[in-house]
Write a protein of this length. Structure first.
Ligand SMILES: [Zn+2]
Length: 257
């Protein structure tokens, strides 16, 4: 068997029955694309995993067949995608932005959110959670479980006044911005700000967590800032299993954090 790609998992999300997820990173196998990775490593048909053309918006869309991870082709624009159908999954691509994966502990629901500073400021996390309250009722939000994956963190992510100000529109963000090395510069912990946004949207803090390293300092993950290129992006995905097959198909688990 060929080596696995780097990936990390959230223990909280792993405890939710009926879903499987991974925040993927660099892949030691040259030329193994996302479709092959999903099939070979996770036994998933790429057509069953929906992604969008990400535009740093707060737009949330429900997974449709055309959103499958097909080669090339046209993608709908949006930054959060969700599904409630067993046998389907959703994902987002990131290189320093925050991938947020969400599930519900009581019924099939999975969402993937692409949250960079623009998306966070635009409220994409709150919009994604709002989809749950609109569809299932406000009480359903209390049963959500969420994880913010590898992204640019406070050790490395320096931003100017304008970005810092935009981020301050997220309730609680002020605690995750500290003065940078020069005046007018700030160090922003995007992952912590994404967790603040989840909490502000009603996800109980005990049911959300951050996993994975800072993408800028860890070479296990792609980073736009470090690599100066968007060619290396990683998929974070969450998949609703077809329930009866849950035990037939053992999937890889993260060995060490
Ligand atoms: Zn760092």
């Amino acid at each position: 068997m060929r080596p696995l790609p780097q990936f990390v998992q959230s223990p909280l999300l792993r405890s939710v029955p009926g879903v499987y997820h991974a925040f993927l990173g660099a892949d030691p196998v040259e030329g193994r694309g996302c479709r092959d990775r999903l099939r070979e490593v996770f036994s998933l048909s790429a057509d069953a995993v929906g992604t969008l053309k990400q535009v740093h918006s707060a737009r949330v869309l429900r997974f449709g067949p055309g959103d499958g991870y097909g080669p090339g082709g046209w993608k709908r624009e949006g930054d959060a995608i969700w599904t409630d159908e067993p046998g389907t999954g959703v994902g987002v691509h990131t290189a320093d932005c925050v991938p947020v994966l969400i599930a519900h502990r009581d019924f099939p629901f999975a969402a993937a959110v692409h949250a960079g500073w623009r998306g966070l400021a635009a409220g994409v996390v709150e919009e994604a959670v709002g989809t749950v309250s609109r569809r299932y009722g406000g009480d359903a939000v209390g049963g959500l479980v969420a994880a913010a994956g590898p992204c640019a963190m406070g050790c490395c992510y320096e931003v100017g006044d304008e970005v810092a100000e935009a981020l301050l529109s997220v309730p609680g963000a002020a605690g995750h911005l500290r003065a940078g090395r020069a005046s007018g510069k700030w160090m922003a912990d995007l992952q912590a700000i994404a967790l603040s946004a989840l909490s502000a949207a009603g996800v109980p803090p005990a049911r959300s967590e951050s996993v994975g390293p800072c993408t800028v300092c860890s070479e296990r993950f792609h980073s736009f800032r470090r690599e100066k290129s968007l060619t290396g992006r990683q998929l974070g995905f969450i998949y609703i299993r077809e329930i009866p097959r849950e035990h037939e198909n053992p999937l890889p688990r993260q060995v060490s954090p």
